[in-house]
Design a protein around this ligand. Structure first.
Ligand code: KIV
Ligand code: ZN
Length: 518
C-alpha cells in the first residue's frame, strides 16, 4: 500500500454511540453506515456486539449490507466477547475484530482489579482467539498514553506475535499533548520491533480540545490509521472529529504529504445525517460543518471574499458538499422525479416508503416554493423513522391566544389501525399539543429535550424538531419536519413517545432494549 495513505477508521457507531442520550436503532445505524461508505472511510466500527442483542443485530446487519469498507466489531479480552464480535461480522465482505484491554496501572489496579501479568495473559489469549476467527485483528492497549510505555510495548509485541494486524494507541481520557504523543509513538516504535510490520493507529479523545492535534501528531510519528467520529461525537468530550481530520489532511496536503480515500463532497451530508439521527446539534462555529464555517460577517471579510475568495477562505464550501442546498424539486415534480432525486442523495426508497415520502413531499411542496436537497434529507430521515414506531399524528387543532391558555385537540393513529383523540389546555401551544397527545395515548412521559431548528434559510424554511421523552426509565427520541413548527413538534413528540413506549414495554417484559449503550 502507498506509504502515505492514511486509513480512516470511523467509530461514530461505536464510540460515538456511547455519547449520553444517543440511542440509534439498526435502521438508523445502517443508514449512517451506508453514508460512511459513500464518504469513503476505510473502516466502519459498527458496534460492541456483546453489550446487547440490539448491538449485535446492528453489527450483523451492517456486515451483511455494506460493501467496500472493513466492518469492525469491538470486544474485550473475554472469550464470549470475541465470539460475539466474530459471529456479528462473519458475513462482512471484509471483517475485523477489535480487541482491547487496559495497560495503565490506574486501570489495571482500580478498574480491572488485576495485575500486569494477568493483562498480558488475557491480551495474548484474546488476540489468538480473535485470529482463529478472523484474519484482520486490531489490538488496543486502553489508556496507553497514561501507561508505562515499556509494559505497553511488551503487550503490543505479544499481540503482534499472536497475529494482530493493527495496533491502535488510545488516548482514552484525552490527556496527552501533541509533542508528547509524537515522542510516545517514536519510543513505542523503538521498543516494539514488530510495530513496523503492522499498521499503527491512533485514537484520541477531546477532553482538552486536542484530539485532532494529537491525531495529527500521531500521523506525523508514523501512524497510518486514524480513528475518529463524525461531528466529533463520543465518550465525554468526544473523539477526534472525522471531518476535521479529512479536511486538515486535504487542505494541507502539500505540507503534510498524506492522503485519505475520503470523498470530501460527502462531508456536509454525513455530518447532517449523524446530527439528525443522534439528536446532537452541531455548534454554529464548528470547524468544517458548522453553520458559520463558511460565513463571513465582518464587512472587511465580505468585501475581501467578493473580490477574491481566498482572501479569507482556506477551503471552498463546495469541497465539503455545502452546495447541496440548490433547488432540486418543484411543486409539480412527480413521483419519478422524487425517486430520482432521492437516489441522487443516496436513498433507495421504493414501495410503501416511496408513497409515504411522496405524500409528505407534496404536502411540503404545496407550502414551500423550493424543495431543496437538505429538505429532502430531513424528510426522508423523518419518514424512515416511522417504520420503527407505533403511533402517528393524524391531525391537531390548537387555539392559541395571548389572552387565554391555549387549548389543543389531537387525533393519533394507533399501531393496530385505530384512532384515539385527546384534548388539553396547556401553558403554550406546544405544551397543549404534547399533553393532548399524552391524553390520547394514555401515557405521561417526562419531556427531556425539545429543539427546533430551521432546515435551510429563508422565510418558508422547513422547521425540524427533535424531542426526547422518558417513560418508566426508558428514553425515546423522535423528529418531525414541517413548514409548521407546531405540526413538526407534534410529529416528533408522537415518534419519541412511541419509541419510549416500545422500549419501556420491552424492559418491563425483561427483554433486551434495543440500542442500549455499552
Ligand atoms: O478510548 C478508548 O480507549 C477506546 C478503546 C476501546 C479503543 O475507545
Ligand atoms: Zn474511545
Amino acid at each position: 500500500m502507498d506509504p502515505n495513505r492514511v486509513l480512516l477508521f470511523d467509530t461514530t457507531l461505536r464510540d460515538g454511540e456511547q455519547s449520553p442520550g444517543i440511542s440509534l436503532n439498526t435502521q438508523e445505524k445502517l443508514e449512517i453506515a451506508h453514508q460512511l461508505a459513500r464518504l469513503g472511510v476505510d473502516v466502519i466500527e459498527a458496534g460492541f456486539p456483546i453489550t446487547s442483542p440490539g448491538d449485535f443485530e446492528a453489527v450483523q446487519a451492517i456486515s451483511r449490507e455494506i460493501e467496500g469498507p472493513i466492518v469492525a466489531a469491538l470486544a474485550r479480552c473475554f472469550v464470549a466477547d470475541i465470539e460475539a464480535a466474530a459471529d456479528a461480522v462473519r458475513d462482512a465482505e471484509r471483517p475485523r475484530i477489535h480487541v482491547f484491554i487496559s495497560t495503565s496501572d490506574i486501570h489495571i489496579e482500580h478498574q480491572l482489579q488485576s495485575t500486569r501479568e494477568d493483562v498480558k495473559g488475557q491480551a495474548r489469549a484474546a488476540v489468538a482467539q480473535a485470529r482463529e476467527r478472523c484474519e484482520d485483528v486490531e489490538f488496543s492497549p486502553m489508556d496507553a498514553t497514561r501507561a508505562d510505555i515499556e509494559f505497553t510495548a511488551e503487550v503490543c509485541q505479544m499481540a503482534i506475535d499472536e497475529g494482530a494486524t493493527t495496533i491502535n494507541i488510545p488516548d482514552t481520557v484525552g490527556y496527552t499533548m501533541p509533542h508528547e504523543h509524537t515522542a510516545y509513538l517514536e519510543r513505542l516504535y523503538a521498543l516494539t520491533p514488530g510495530l513496523k510490520d503492522v499498521v499503527l493507529s491512533v485514537h484520541c479523545h477531546d477532553d482538552l480540545g486536542l484530539a485532532v492535534a494529537n491525531s495529527l501528531a500521531g500521523l506525523l510519528a508514523g501512524a497510518r490509521q486514524v480513528e475518529a467520529a463524525v461531528n466529533g461525537i463520543g465518550e465525554r468530550a468526544g473523539n477526534a472529529s472525522l471531518e476535521e481530520l479529512i479536511m486538515l489532511l486535504h487542505t494541507r496536503a502539500a505540507d503534510i504529504g498524506l492522503q485519505t480515500g475520503a470523498v470530501t463532497t460527502e462531508i456536509a451530508r454525513t455530518s447532517r445525517l449523524v446530527s439528525r439521527l443522534t439528536g446532537y446539534p452541531i455548534q454554529p462555529n464548528k470547524a468544517i460543518v458548522g453553520r458559520n464555517a463558511f460565513a463571513h460577517e465582518s464587512g472587511i471579510h465580505q468585501d475581501g471574499v467578493l473580490k477574491e475568495r481566498t482572501t479569507y477562505e482556506i477551503m471552498d464550501a463546495t469541497t465539503v458538499g455545502l452546495e447541496s442546498n440548490e433547488l432540486v424539486l418543484g411543486k409539480h415534480s412527480g413521483r419519478h422525479a422524487l425517486k430520482q432525486a432521492l437516489e441522487d442523495l443516496g436513498f433507495e426508497v421504493s414501495g410503501q416508503a416511496l408513497n409515504t415520502a411522496f405524500k409528505r413531499f407534496k404536502e411540503i411542496a404545496d407550502k414551500k416554493k423550493q424543495v431543496t436537497a437538505m429538505d429532502l434529507e430531513a424528510l426522508v430521515a423523518e419518514e424512515l423513522r416511522e417504520e420503527v414506531t407505533g403511533y402517528t399524528l393524524e391531525w391537531f387543532d390548537v387555539e392559541a391566544s395571548s389572552r387565554r391558555p391555549p387549548h389543543a385537540t389531537v387525533a393519533v393513529a394507533t399501531p393496530d389501525g385505530g384512532e384515539v383523540t385527546g384534548s388539553f389546555t396547556g401553558d403554550g401551544p406546544v405544551d397543549a399539543i404534547f399533553r393532548a397527545i399524552n391524553a390520547a395515548v394514555g401515557h405521561e412521559p417526562k419531556l427531556r429535550e425539545f429543539r427546533v431548528e430551521a432546515v435551510t434559510g429563508g422565510e418558508d424554511a422547513l422547521g425540524e424538531t427533535s424531542v426526547v421523552v422518558e417513560l418508566d426509565g426508558q428514553t425515546g427520541s423522535g423528529q418531525g419536519v414541517s413548514t409548521d413548527i407546531l405540526e413538526a413538534a407534534g410529529r416528533a413528540y408522537v415518534r419519541a413517545l412511541s419509541n419510549a413506549i416500545r422500549r419501556a414495554e420491552l424492559a418491563a417484559r425483561g427483554e433486551a432494549v434495543p440500542s442500549a449503550t455499552p
